[in-house]
Design a protein around this ligand. Structure first.
Ligand code: ADP
Length: 248
């Protein structure tokens, strides 16, 4: 897709720390509704990439364009959230002493984009949205349990739910299956497949089996640039990828 049609257009972004280029002329696009996996060895620049897109770090060179015409480099982290970009960090950060339901409700209330209109609406609308989200993340039965009592995997799903209720148009998930059991990882594949197409989702992941199971286009980062891009089958057999990553 051309850049005006892309949901996200990362255009030649360079970020240096004391002269070291954590990102080096990084370019890639994500289409509207696309799910993309981004992989790469430690130090490849994955975290810095997410920091730049979500307004935490400013690019030294290049631009990050959201929805064709929004220059994310001109917005801070809070503004980027309000523009509709959600980010799930690696470690789950749910409110352990609140119920699953309350966690989702707090997430809706903290969403500055919908707070004003929801506040005036019937509580019922909010409840319906939370119930629908609980169903999607497979936590309907855990609705009234304290989040602190959930398994690690369930906490991760709850946190995804907390992002979903805010209706992001672009969602970043940092290692969503880290620490999960095989069954939880499978559940996450199903959850993400179910979400596919509704919004753009970028999954940054180390777990190759999981990325394979997702069956989406993969971007391989190495030394701050794109090393390879394509279906997992293709990327996996790319000698350069094998050398820097898969072969380790
Ligand atoms: P990844 O998430 O793929 O492991 P990072 O984006 O965390 O990679 O890091 C990319 C490179 O940039 C690494 O070599 C890292 O040491 C370096 N780096 C990241 N953040 C900083 C920082 N704040 N100061 C100095 N170097 C950094």
């Amino acid at each position: 897709a051309s850049y005006s049609e892309s949901q996200l257009y990362v255009d030649g972004v360079t970020v240096s720390f004391d002269g070291f280029k954590a990102l080096n002329n990084l370019s890639f696009t994500v289409d509207p509704g696309e799910m993309r996996a981004i992989i790469g060895p430690n130090g490849a620049g994955k975290t810095t990439m997410m920091d730049v897109i979500t307004g935490k770090t400013k690019p030294d060179e290049g631009r990050v364009i959201f929805k064709g015409d929004i220059d994310l480099g001109k917005h801070d982290e809070a503004a980027v959230v309000e523009l509709g970009i959600g980010r799930k960090f690696q470690r789950p950060s749910v409110f352990e002493n609140h119920t699953v339901f309350d966690n989702l409700e707090l997430a809706i209330k903290s969403d500055r984009r919908t707070f004003a209109c929801l506040f005036d609406r019937l509580d019922g609308a909010r409840r319906d949205k939370i119930d629908a989200t609980l169903e999607r993340i497979g936590l309907t039965a855990e609705r009234d349990r304290l989040a602190g009592q959930l398994s690690h995997g369930q906490k991760q799903w709850l946190e995804i739910g907390m992002l979903l209720v805010q209706d992001p148009e672009l969602l970043f998930l940092d290692e969503p299956v880290a620490g999960m059991t095989d069954a939880e990882t499978e559940g996450t594949v199903e959850l993400l497949r179910d979400l596919q197409g509704e919004r753009s989702i970028v999954v940054v992941e180390h777990d190759m089996a999981f990325v394979h199971a997702l069956g989406v286009k993969v971007t391989v980062l190495h030394e701050g640039s794109v090393l390879a891009e394509g279906p997992m089958e293709q990327v996996q057999s790319d000698p350069r990828v094998i050398e820097v990553y898969l072969g380790r």
